[in-house]
Design a protein around this ligand. Structure first.
Ligand code: PXL
Length: 294
C-alpha cells in the first residue's frame, strides 16, 4: 500500500514568509499527487532575498536525530531532493542520507542552492561552495541556476555566455558525478527584439542536450528555482520524459511570474503561487523543447 502515492524526502529550510523552499515545494508536489516528507535544514523568519534582520536557526544538530528516527523506521522514498542547506557541515549529513536511503530511490536530485545573479546568498560561503562540489557527486540530477554553475566550476560570471561554452560547462559538471545536469536562468543574447532565457540539460547516459527557451521577464522572484525543480521532479515521478519535465517546469514558473508581474507585486514576496497551483492538474501541451546537437 505504501506505493499508492510516491514519496519525496525534501531536505530544505523552512522560511516562514516569502514563498521559497518548503513552502513552495510542498504545495507543488502535493498538487502533483506526491507526498513530501521534509527534513528541515534551518528555520528562518523570511527567506534571505530582500528582508532585513531575518532570524535564522541552523538545524545541523537536530537533523541527525530526525534522520536517525527515519532510519529506525526503515522508511523508503522514491526521490531524495536536497536544496538550501543551513551550514556546510550539512553536506555530510545529506551524503549519509543518500547512502542510506538512496538505493531504493528512483531519483536523487541535488539543487545546489547557493546564489543568483552572479552572487552568493547572504548565508552562503566559499566553504559551502567547496562542500556542494562534493554533494553533487552523489546526485542523479542537479539543477543549478547559471550563477551556481559558475560557482561550482570556479569560473568567472559573465552574462553573454555562448551556447558552446555553456554546453562545455554542463559536460564538465556531469563528469563530477551527476548523470543529468539541468542549468536554469541561462542568459541568452537578444533574439531580434525579444529577449529570451533558457533551461539547458545535458544527459550524459544518452549523450544529448535538451533546451527549453522562453520569454525573459525582467523581474526576479525568490523561490522560482525551488518551484522549477519541484515541477521537474513531480513530472519525472509521474513518468514524463526529461524534456517534457523540463518544459512543464518552464511553463509553470513562467505562469507564476506572469501572474505576479502583472500586478506590480513586490518581488520579495515570491510569486503568486496559490493562483497558479491549479495549472499542475491540467494536461500540459508541450511545444517548445528542442534537442541540441552535441
Ligand atoms: O529559493 C532559494 C532559497 C531557499 N531558502 C532560503 C533562501 C533562498 C533564496 O533566497 O533565502 C532561506
Amino acid at each position: 500500500m505504501t506505493h499508492l502515492v510516491k514519496k519525496v524526502a525534501a531536505i530544505h529550510d523552512l522560511s516562514g514568509y516569502g514563498r521559497a523552499s518548503l513552502t513552495t515545494i510542498i504545495p507543488i508536489l502535493s498538487n502533483m499527487k506526491i507526498q513530501v516528507c521534509p527534513v528541515p535544514t534551518a528555520i528562518l523568519s523570511t527567506h534571505t532575498g530582500g528582508y532585513e534582520g531575518y532570524s535564522f536557526m541552523d538545524l545541523t544538530d537536530y537533523m541527525q536525530k530526525h534522520i536517525e528516527h527515519w532510519k529506525k523506521l526503515n522508511l523508503e522514498f522514491d526521490c531524495i531532493y536536497s536544496g538550501f542547506l543551513g551550514s556546510s557541515k550539512q553536506v555530510e549529513i545529506v551524503e549519509d542520507f543518500v547512502d542510506f536511503f538512496g538505493e531504493k530511490a528512483q531519483l536523487v536530485v541535488v539543487d545546489p542552492v547557493m546564489g543568483d545573479d552572479g552572487k552568493l546568498y547572504e548565508t552562503m560561503s566559499e566553504e559551502m561552495v567547496k562542500e556542494m562540489r562534493k554533494l553533487i557527486q552523489k546526485a542523479d540530477i542537479i539543477t543549478p541556476n547559471y550563477t551556481e554553475v559558475v560557482y561550482l566550476l570556479g569560473k568567472e560570471y559573465h552574462k553573454n555566455i555562448g551556447l558552446e561554452e555553456i554546453k562545455k560547462y554542463l559536460v564538465e559538471l556531469s563528469t563530477m558525478g551527476p548523470k543529468i545536469v539541468i542549468a536554469t536562468s541561462i542568459p541568452e543574447n537578444e533574439n531580434h527584439d525579444k529577449k529570451t532565457t533558457s533551461v539547458l540539460a545535458y544527459d550524459r547516459e544518452n549523450n544529448v542536450f535538451w533546451r527549453v527557451s522562453c520569454k525573459y521577464i525582467p523581474a526576479s522572484y525568490p523561490g522560482t528555482g525551488d518551484a522549477y525543480a519541484s515541477v521537474l521532479i513531480g513530472s519525472l515521478l509521474q513518468g514524463d520524459s526529461l524534456p517534457v519535465a523540463m518544459e512543464r517546469g518552464v511553463q509553470f514558473v513562467s505562469q507564476c511570474i506572469m501572474s505576479s508581474y502583472g500586478f506590480n507585486y513586490p518581488t520579495r514576496e515570491g510569486v503568486l503561487l496559490e493562483r497558479a497551483l491549479d495549472l499542475l492538474k491540467i494536461p500540459t501541451v508541450v511545444t517548445e523543447y528542442e534537442k541540441i546537437p552535441r
